[in-house]
Every structure is written in C-alpha cells, then in structure tokens.
Write a protein that binds this ligand. Structure first.
Ligand SMILES: Nc1ncnc2c1ncn2[C@@H]1O[C@H](COP(=O)(O)OP(=O)(O)OP(=O)(O)O)[C@@H](O)[C@H]1O
Length: 246
C-alpha cells in the first residue's frame, strides 16, 4: 500500500451554480503528491467547471481551494509556476511555430532562458513532435495541437498537473505517450488530476477514481475493479434515481 502523501491540492465544499441551476455543488477533493486522481462523469456532470474552480479560472461562490496548503487567492506566482494545466483549449499562438510556442510556455512557467531550450527539446521528443518543431501551430492537426498543449503543460515538471480530458483528439500513439508522461511524473512525486470519459484508460493509470454527477461527488471506483463501466453506471443511475428533482 502507498504511504499517505501530502496534499498538493485540496478543495473543500466548493460550489458554483450557474443561472439555470447547473454547476458544481459542494465538492471535496484532494490530489496527493505522487498520485494520479481521475475524475469521471457524463457530459455536463461538472468536470470542467470543477477544474476551472480548482485552478482559479472561475471564482467559487462557496468553499476553499488550497494549493500546497495555501489558499489559491494568496498563492505566490512561484506556486502557480509549479502547476501545469490544460483545460479547454491547448495553449498555442497560431502564428508561432511549435518550438516557439513551447519556449513561450516554459518562460511563462518561470523557466530561465538558458534552461528553456533544453526543456523544449526534451518535450518535443517526449510527445514525438520533433518533425513539427518549425511548423506554425495554426497548421497543425487537432491531435498535434493537443500534443503541443500537453507538452507545454508538462515540460517544466510541475508538482501539480491538472488536465481536462487530455486524450481528446489524440491518436493511440499519443494516448500511450501521455500515459507514460503522466506515470513518469507521478512516479517522480507530482500530483496529477485528470478528467476522462475513457474508463479503460483511467483503469490503466489512476490510483483513485472519483465519480461526479450533477455537480456533486457521488462515489469512487476501484481502478483495479473488474467492470469499471458497470460500476460507473450503477453509481450514476442510483444517484439519478435518488436525487431530488430540481
Ligand atoms: N459559464 C456557464 N454558464 C452557464 N452554464 C454553464 C457554464 N459553464 C458550464 N455550464 C453548465 O454547467 C454544467 C457542467 O458543465 P461542465 O462543462 O463542467 O461539464 P463536463 O462534466 O466537463 O462535461 P463534458 O464531459 O461534456 O465536457 C453543464 O450543464 C454546463 O452547461
């Protein structure tokens, strides 16, 4: 069994309701150093909203989020530099080539100029993007743009990684590269939070799986369990039956 590790990210009772009633309602969630924590849920369950709240991209109406023990409103720029995230659109300046995009991303994460070149070279190799290094981002396929976004989010070896549906648009080779990249970083001590619709992929990499439905945490799945899909739908169905109608 893994030893209990320090929480790199901790949310308590965070809530954000949108006009019309959708949103996130009182979610508790932690990401520990060295673990891969997956969040799964149906379309519209609240996964992206949750991630935006955790990253300070959206302000909660209630609850707190702590980054390495510090409330995110008070977190220093260095603390944010130690976070790698990809939520919604992959980072890419369309007119810059892939290499320049990654250099910009490294500098934005506080990497000194003299180290950035080496990091970018490593990231290009890690996501098999070397042949696209001089290609403008606007010319890339969707999947390669996603690879660039992931490379930019991970190249500075962040202590906390938050990725929203990172396998979107990736081909099977990209899925394997991402899997290896995440396992490597978690093995080196990073905390990883990842949302996904792909239960088979989640089963391969996650230490913990949290199920979100209608903006709340409704349970956990055992990633080593025999039929994750069946267990997932059982939880969601039970919640849909029991939940009071709005
Ligand atoms: N800015 C907003 N204003 C109003 N409603 C919103 C806003 N952002 C999200 N929602 C609603 O909140 C709910 C949760 O959306 P969210 O994008 O977090 O779901 P998700 O689990 O990431 O879904 P998917 O798997 O489809 O990406 C949805 O009903 C969505 O329409």
């Amino acid at each position: 069994m893994k030893a209990v590790r320090r929480a790199v990210l901790e949310a308590r009772a965070i809530a954000r309701e949108f006009p019309g009633g959708a949103g996130v309602r009182g979610i508790d969630l932690t990401v520990a150093a060295g673990e891969i924590h997956a969040v799964v849920g149906l379309n519209g369950a609240g996964k992206t909203t949750l991630m935006r709240l955790l990253l300070g991209m959206l302000r909660p109406q209630a609850g707190t989020v702590r980054l390495d023990g510090v409330e995110i409103a008070d977190a220093a720029p260095q603390a944010w530099a130690g976070v790698g995230h990809l939520v919604e659109h992959p980072l890419a300046y369309p007119e810059l080539d892939v290499r320049s995009n990654l250099l910009v991303s490294a500098r934005l994460h506080g990497i000194p100029r003299e180290r950035a070149e080496a990091l970018v070279a490593r990231a290009l190799a890690e996501f098999d993007l070397e042949r696209y290094a001089r290609v403008r981002a606007s010319r890339l396929s969707l999947g390669n743009r996603q690879r660039v976004g992931l490379a930019g989010a991970l190249q500075h070896d962040p202590g906390l990684i938050v990725l929203d549906e990172p396998t979107n648009a990736l081909d099977p080779a990209g899925v394997i590269l991402l899997r290896e990249a995440l396992l490597r970083r978690a093995g080196a001590g990073a905390g990883v939070l990842v949302s996904s619709h792909h239960l088979d992929e989640v089963a391969r990499i996650a230490d913990r799986v949290t199920v979100v439905n209608a903006g709340r945490v409704i349970g956990n799945l055992d990633p080593a369990g025999v039929d994750l899909e069946r267990a997932f739908f059982a939880l969601v169905h039970a919640d849909d039956v029991e939940r009071p109608r709005a």
